[in-house]
Design a protein around this ligand. Structure first.
Ligand code: GUN
Length: 283
């Protein structure tokens, strides 16, 4: 069996087009959804990410501004900027790109963002809302994974989902979202004793570790859905995920590629969250 691909490029394009339509409707009412992106320091990868986020926003008809500060910025000054953006009626979403310089406390920075503008879904209030099933903002990467499952009409109720990786940004919120859809969820991590024994039981596997080949063909139940959140480089320097794609695609029923899978979905869900923030502010 060769797995069907879940095409993140195509799906994200559809989602971005929907955002553009909803954004146009808001603009008709005199409200332009606004996203503020803050980058502190000059991490090369972060610079690329924020550029994409700002460009995506413009393409979807959102107003977006990028604020760049030197790595030496005092944390108190950053908190002051965030508070000003919290109070700015033209800004509906605030994103502080991570990682922050080492002298800053990322938790304190994120928790200064107003939860109603926390479009990254990283605030402790957003995490709590997801945990207890209340409205809030879902972190963009696991939210994008859920949209990929939805796009193939996958019924999660009663299925066994195995998530590999327990980060606050992906693994833990992913487990909560799958649980909310009535899957039985196993959350695996670096201290899991027999990962293969877990994944072989899975109807859905989400690999979110940041390590190449964490999931190989012998670890996958035939027909399973495999979602690859990893972003790594192989020996030739080419972008690859956490999953041995060539091997696993011969066993799985569905699989997401890297690149062109979860990555573009993450970017699209940031636009969805920003639009949602603007719609809620306008309601
Ligand atoms: N750094 C890497 N990914 C992300 C993300 O999704 N949001 C923010 N704010 N920083 C990141």
């Amino acid at each position: 069996m060769t797995a069907s691909l879940i095409d993140g490029n195509a799906l994200s394009k559809t989602i971005r087009a929907e955002v553009a339509v909803r954004s146009a409707a808001l603009r008709q009412r005199g409200i332009t959804p606004g996203l503020a992106v803050i980058l502190v320091g000059d991490d090369p990868a972060s610079q690329v990410y924020v550029k994409h986020k700002v460009n995506d926003s413009h393409e979807a008809g959102l107003h977006s501004l990028l604020e760049r500060y030197p790595a030496t910025m005092a944390q108190a000054d950053l908190l002051g900027r965030i508070r000003a953006l919290n109070a700015d009626p033209l800004i509906h979403g605030i994103l502080v790109q991570l990682p922050l310089p080492r002298h800053m406390d990322a938790n304190e920075v994120i928790e200064t963002i107003s939860p109603v503008k926390d479009v990254d879904g990283f605030h402790v209030a957003s995490a709590g809302a997801l945990m207890i099933g209340r409205p809030g903002f879902w972190p963009c990467t696991p939210y994008g994974c859920m949209k990929m499952l939805e796009s193939i009409g996958y019924e999660l109720r009663g299925k066994h989902a195995v998530v590999i990786g327990r980060s606050n940004i992906v693994g833990k919120p992913m487990a909560m979202m799958l649980l909310q859809k009535n899957a039985t969820v196993t959350l695996c991590h670096s201290a899991t004793r027999d990962l293969k024994a877990m994944t072989l039981q899975a109807d859905v596997v989400v690999a979110a570790v940041g390590k190449r080949n964490i999931l190989t063909a012998d670890m996958v139940k035939p027909g399973a859905v495999v979602i690859d959140v990893g972003m790594n480089r192989n020996d030739e320097g080419k972008l690859c995920g956490d999953v041995d794609f060539a091997g696993v695609r011969e066993v799985a029923g569905w699989i997401t590629p890297v690149p062109g899978g979860v990555g573009p979905m993450t970017r699209a869900m940031l636009l969805v969250n920003t639009l949602e923030a603007a719609e809620r502010a306008a309601a």
